[in-house]
Design a binder for this molecule. Structure first.
Ligand code: GCB
Length: 666
């Protein structure tokens, strides 16, 4: 078997198999797709401290080893996880959270296959007493294998999503512990997203190459925070919240449903009670209930402050705090968990999308989690800067193109009233197979489980630019869309489609049609006179075909900051402004038709991609540079977004929106 064959074989082994040598192959020849069950996520509440819980971060500098590319499973066979990595290989320091790719000065950037991390940590003696300890990763891309003190604790596939495991019986209390992580960035045709691994000749023999069709760099590593947290023996494992508002939005209801984990839950679940309290922003208790042996209930409040999007209301992003107390039958307090809750309703029909009964017009961006050095690693400074820029420019929405973003950013969007189209990591979906379908569904299951309580999440995007002209796309997307609906009926489903409407086979399974198109860029390059009518015609055709609301989910032009040319010429700042303006003209005509509900620029900021002669240091379609400074088009877009806000929702213009020129111009 050549390196390629070996690789494919090893990728198909389960974690258990890798460790024990019992190899299990997964075959994936599926022309007829079957709707199989996918594993259900449990627990995974965002780690929060309370009077019954402690949280400890394991972020920091870890030790790091890259495996030999031609021998990606050597570390498993040689059991590197049974001792400090430094005893098996020389280690280098690696920050967590961060992508590992851009940290070193050698070619770690393009490494394909497995890498290893480890670090030591203490667990206090006090943690041994009558509680349980959990290890939680915010995300590791793409596949992660975790050991503590040499014992396997968890394996997880698909990046950008959290996973956790109980480690109560594995930890040394009042002593040092070691955590070891193996991370594999290889993408093949049955991973989400898909990629290809090929073995090609180079100057020194053969080498392994990772290729992918999607247009962002396949950053990898421990991308988000690692936490240890404690819970009581019997604890609140899950909280699911939905909300309702009366017709005039003055009376609100918060429905909660709790799952409990622990021995008391199993033995005497019917005598556990939930006390739920709702507090407003000032900390005043506005509603409370105690369930009588039940784990679900409803809090009702009058004079409610609904959750509104940014600029749609003077007080956007209003959040209450929901306090869930788990009580034993004798009233003993077992556990407390608190989370933010926004009260809002969503509804949609053939032409509109409404929030709290009011039609919404989306004005936003496709984005990326991407920055210099950190790659896709969580970075609070970047996140806060990005939200400041979103608000500065007057956007009210973004799509988490093309994967789930950090939980911290979802919480931030809740607070700031930014609506999110929440996308799973399926990009350029093709070569449909049963195995791919299972993983695609699992990515949606994990995403919805993680994000279902966020008021900011207003729509699920089940794929970006899937190859929906193909025969299999019809049944594939029917299964994916129905599965998504079965998990959440409160939000509409979309997908960002790029195939021509005449060939698409997915739209009939969606609630809202989103389309990506690059007029004057990928088609009719440079022809600014061929934008407006094309956009109007295509949006109208999508609407006619499916009789559903339509969004333009991507449009734009690569722009090198500082390159100026008049008349406008591709890559110049003038060209980006002109492309935008021609689209704005189309959007304004489309808005009058009643079913056109949003415009999303591609992209918020410049971002890194795989190397290609069409990319100068990455994709430059950002309205902001990669270091988050505005290009000229940002000022233009800002004027439009605020103008839309004023026209639709009577928002105020910021004082600095228009620079004084002369009192002859208003
Ligand atoms: C698209 C993709 C996006 C790319 C963009 C581009 O259609 O959805 O991921 O980055 O085009 O700039 O080519």
């Amino acid at each position: 078997m050549g390196i390629m064959g070996l690789w494919r074989f090893l990728k198909s082994l389960s974690f258990f198999s890798l460790v024990t040598g019992l190899y299990v192959l997964h075959f994936s020849l599926a022309l007829i797709l079957v709707n199989k069950e996918v594993p259900q996520t449990r627990g995974m509440l965002y780690p929060r401290e309370s009077e019954t819980r402690e949280v400890r971060s394991l972020d920091g500098i870890w030790n790091f080893v890259r495996s030999d590319q031609a021998n990606p499973t050597q570390g498993v066979r040689d059991e590197w996880y049974t001792k400090d990595l430094s005893q098996s290989r020389p280690t280098i320091p690696m920050p967590v959270p961060a992508s590992y790719n851009d940290i070193t000065t050698d070619n770690l950037r393009d490494h394909v296959g497995t890498v290893w991390y480890d670090r030591k940590f203490f667990v206090p003696r006090s943690w041994s007493k009558n509680q349980r300890i959990w290890l939680r990763f915010g995300s590791v891309h793409y596949e992660a294998f975790v050991w503590i003190n040499g014992q396997k604790v968890v394996k997880h596939e698909i990046g950008h999503l959290p996973f956790e495991a109980e480690v109560t019986d594995i930890l040394n209390y009042g002593a040092e512990n070691r955590i070891t992580v193996m991370c594999d960035n290889a993408l093949i045709q049955t991973t989400v997203p898909q990629g290809k691994i090929t073995e090609v000749p180079n100057d020194n023999g053969m080498t392994i190459i990772q290729s992918y069709t999607f247009d962002f760099f396949n950053y990898a590593g421990i991308h988000r925070s690692v936490h240890l947290y404690t819970t009581p023996r019997t604890f609140i494992e899950e909280v699911e919240v939905t909300t309702a508002l009366s017709e005039n939005n003055s009376v609100g209801e918060v429905f909660y449903s709790v799952s409990v984990n622990g021995s008391a839950a199993n033995e005497a679940i019917n005598v556990l009670n939930i006390q739920a309290n709702l507090y407003d922003k000032e900390g005043a208790k506005v509603a409370n209930t105690t369930s009588d042996g039940k784990l679900d209930g409803c809090l009702k409040l009058t004079g409610v402050k609904p959750w509104w999007p940014y600029l749609m209301h003077p007080e956007p992003g209003y959040l209450y705090e929901l306090e869930i107390k788990l009580l034993a039958a004798n009233e003993e307090l077992l556990d407390v968990y608190r989370l933010k809750v926004g009260l809002r309703t969503l509804s949609w029909n053939k032409s509109q999308f409404l929030i709290n009964g009011k039609p919404v017009y989306f004005r936003g961006f496709g984005r990326h989690e991407d920055s210099d050095i950190r790659g896709k690693g969580l970075d609070n400074a970047l996140m806060v800067r990005d939200f400041n820029l979103l608000k500065w420019i007057g956007a009210n929405a973004y799509r988490t193109s093309h994967y789930p973003y950090s939980e911290e950013s979802m919480q931030f969007a809740d607070q700031h009233g930014i609506m999110i189209i929440d996308e799973c990591p399926s990009v350029d979906t093709e070569n449909y197979s049963q195995e791919l379908l299972g993983k695609h569904k699992s990515s949606l299951e994990q995403l919805i489980h993680r994000d279902r309580n966020h008021p900011s999440v207003v729509m699920w995007s089940i794929a970006n630019e899937p190859r929906t002209a193909s025969m299999n796309a019809d049944s594939y997307f029917e299964l994916v869309a129905n599965f998504t609906r079965s998990l959440d009926k409160t939000r509409p489903i979309t997908a960002a489609i790029a195939v021509p409407y005449t060939q698409d086979k997915s739209g009939r399974h969606l609630d809202i049609i989103s389309f990506n198109r690059y007029n004057a860029w990928y088609s009719n390059t440079g022809r600014l006179d061929m934008v407006t009518q094309n956009v109007i015609d295509e949006a109208t055709a999508w609407n006619k075909q499916y009789n559903k609301p339509v969004i333009m989910s991507e449009y734009g032009a690569d722009t090198l900051e500082g390159l100026h040319m008049t008349p406008a010429y591709v890559w110049s700042e003038e060209f980006q402004e002109e492309v935008f303006a021609r689209h704005f003209k189309a959007f304004d005509q489309l808005r009058k038709k009643g079913w056109f509900i949003g415009e999303f620029v591609w992209n918020f900021a410049d971002f890194k991609t795989a190397q290609s002669y069409t990319r100068v240091g990455g994709n430059k379609k950002g309205v902001f540079t990669r270091s988050r400074q505005p290009k000229a088009a940002a000022h233009l877009l800002r004027k439009r977004y605020f103008a839309l806000g004023r026209d639709l929702d009577q928002c105020q213009f910021p004082e600095d929106l228009f620079t004084y020129i002369a009192d002859l111009i208003s």
